[in-house]
Design a protein around this ligand. Structure first.
Ligand SMILES: [Zn+2]
Length: 356
């Protein structure tokens, strides 16, 4: 009992001590806080100054942001330009590879004279300017990556000369310009699938490729009202090198085999106009390239009908006249016969094996 009382007294004493210490601390701290507030209220100018500084900093950042956006837009334009260059290089590689195969030798692979030699050889055997096509020479005009604002001009020229061509369209652009796509077909031209997105990332895997193709076929049917034929052109062509960055070097050899197993035929070209390269806006240079490389009995020239291909539309009358003078018969892939398809396979323009 005595002991308990003693402890109680000690606890009471300790509690009182804590309360006293707490009170000192409390009043002391509050005092300091009040002191701070008083000091702060005496410095309004400094605060305004600080805010002004922050504002000018913000302005500076905003200017920097504008500058960065401008640079970003510039880079985006450069990337677009580079992508077009990649496309054109793909086309040149494919054209050169097809020439190489047709020549049966790899000599002069990068020599632009190769095609000229070819035409010289032909000049000896065949008269220039045959009066009437006798069916021995055929031309399949092809236009990729449309429809666009350029397509109507191309259709106009085709109508003027009463000839037709084949358009390998981009699904997204068919959705953007359904009326141009329908007009193209209604005027006797053929429309075939090229891609939905035309993004080389489709070559990542079979799945990503076939997903994109499926979207292209859905867009085709929605716009034209009938199923897309199983005849297509690969973005960049069957021998493209852009796929190396995605599915690897063996991707196109495997894909081209697989797609034929699925019942498709794929179409390349053996004449490249260069209208996806940096000479796209030089009509004379384009025409020169078409003429210099159109030497065979079966020619499949590659053109583009994107918004910027104004020069392509401009030279088309001369291109048509050139082939007419050469006694070429104008054909499309619309009513292509088995025999004609066999000739194109033989010429390695259709279903050309990709060997790497
Ligand atoms: Zn293309």
């Amino acid at each position: 009992m005595f002991k308990n009382n003693h402890y109680m007294k000690m606890s009471f004493g300790l509690i009182t001590l804590f309360i006293l210490l707490g009170s000192f601390y409390w009043f002391g701290a509050t005092g300091v806080e009040e002191q701070d507030e008083v000091n702060a209220s005496h410095k309004p100018d400094e605060e305004i100054e600080a805010m002004k500084e922050k504002l000018s900093e913000f302005d500076k950042l905003s200017d920097e942001n504008d500058e960065l956006n401008r640079k970003l837009a510039e880079k985006a334009a450069e990337i677009e330009e580079l992508e077009a260059t990649i496309d054109s290089l793909e086309e040149e590689i494919a054209t050169l590879e097809s020439e190489e195969k047709n020549d049966g030798s790899s000599e002069g692979e990068n020599n632009p004279d190769t095609t000229n030699n070819d035409s010289n050889e032909r000049d000896e055997n065949e008269p220039v300017n045959d009066p009437e096509p006798d069916g021995s020479k055929t031309v399949y005009l092809t236009f990729d990556d449309g429809p666009s604002s350029t397509t109507p001009d191309i259709l106009e020229t085709l109508n003027d000369y009463d000839v037709n061509g084949t358009f390998f369209t981009i699904g997204q652009r068919m959705e953007e310009h359904p009326e141009i796509a329908r007009r193209t077909f209604e005027e006797g031209n053929m429309i075939l699938t090229h891609s939905y997105s035309h993004d080389y990332a489709i070559y990542e895997s079979f799945d990503s490729f076939y997903d994109d193709l499926h979207l292209a076929e859905v867009a085709y049917e929605n716009v034209l009202g009938f199923e897309a034929p199983q005849l297509l052109r690969f973005p960049g062509g069957s021998a493209n090198h852009s796929s190396f960055d995605y599915g690897g070097e063996q991707f196109m050899p495997e894909l081209t085999e697989d797609i034929v197993d699925h019942g498709y035929d794929y179409v390349d070209w053996n004449v490249s106009s260069g209208d996806a390269s940096d000479i796209y806006d030089e009509p004379e240079a384009l025409l020169e390239r078409v003429k210099a490389s159109s030497s065979g009995d079966v020619v499949v020239p590659l053109f583009h009908d994107t918004d910027r291909n104004v020069a392509t539309a401009e030279i088309l009358p001369e291109v048509i006249e050139f082939y007419k003078e050469g006694s070429y018969e104008f054909r499309t892939f619309e009513d292509i016969s088995d025999e004609e398809l066999a000739v194109l396979i033989e010429e390695q323009v259709v279903n050309r094996p990709v060997v790497r």
